[in-house]
Write a protein of this length. Structure first.
Length: 178
C-alpha cells in the first residue's frame, strides 16, 4: 500500500504543480498581452482562447487529485462530527465510493470527447485559429487520477491504513484514529 500511496501522491503532486505553473503562465501571458495592447496598439493573437481552453482548465482540474488526496475539499461537518467514529468511517467510505463513481463517469465521458476532438483536429476561431484539441485531454487525465486517489482512499478506509504522515491534513481526521 505504501508504494501505491507514494505513486498516487507523487502523480497528484505533479499535476498540482502543473496547475500552479499554469496560474503563473496565465498571469504572464495576460500581462504581456495587456502591455502589448497598451504600448503597441495590438495584443497577442489567441490570448483569450489560450487562457480559456488551456490555462483555466489546467488551473481548475489538475489540482483536483491533490485536493482529494489531502481530503481538502469543502466539507460541512455539523452532523458528521457528532457521529461515532464507526459511522463516520462508513459515511466517508460511502462518499468516497460515490466520488470514485462520479469521477469515473466524468473521466470516461471527457475521454470520449477528447478522442473526438483529436480525430477532428478541433480548433477555435477567434482573432487567430488555435488548436484546442490537446486541452481536451486535461479533463480525463485529471479525473482519472482522482479516481485512482479515491480507490487508494477506499482501500485505506476498508483496511484501516493511515495515510502517510506527509499526506495528512493539518488537523487529524477522526476517520483514521484507532
Amino acid at each position: 500500500m505504501d508504494w501505491f500511496d507514494r505513486c498516487t501522491t507523487g502523480a497528484a503532486k505533479l499535476l498540482m504543480w502543473v496547475g500552479c505553473t499554469a496560474v503563473v503562465l496565465m498571469a504572464v501571458h495576460v500581462t504581456w498581452d495587456v502591455v502589448q495592447r497598451t504600448f503597441f496598439g495590438r495584443g497577442m493573437l489567441g490570448t483569450t482562447e489560450i487562457v480559456s481552453f488551456y490555462y483555466m482548465v489546467a488551473v481548475v482540474c489538475f489540482p483536483l487529485a491533490w485536493i482529494e488526496r489531502r481530503d481538502e475539499h469543502i466539507n460541512v461537518e455539523i452532523l458528521f462530527q457528532r457521529m461515532s467514529s464507526g459511522i463516520q468511517r462508513v459515511m466517508t467510505l460511502f462518499a468516497t465510493i460515490c466520488s470514485a463513481g462520479f469521477f469515473s463517469a466524468f473521466a470516461y465521458r471527457s475521454w470520449l470527447d477528447a478522442l473526438n476532438a483529436l480525430s477532428t483536429g478541433e480548433t477555435m476561431m477567434g482573432y487567430a485559429e488555435i488548436a484546442i484539441w490537446p486541452a481536451r485531454f486535461i479533463l480525463p487525465i485529471s479525473f482519472a487520477l482522482v479516481v485512482v486517489v479515491c480507490v487508494s482512499q477506499i482501500v485505506r478506509l476498508i483496511f484501516r491504513y493511515a495515510p502517510p504522515a506527509a499526506d495528512r491534513p493539518i488537523e487529524e481526521d477522526a476517520t483514521f484514529r484507532a
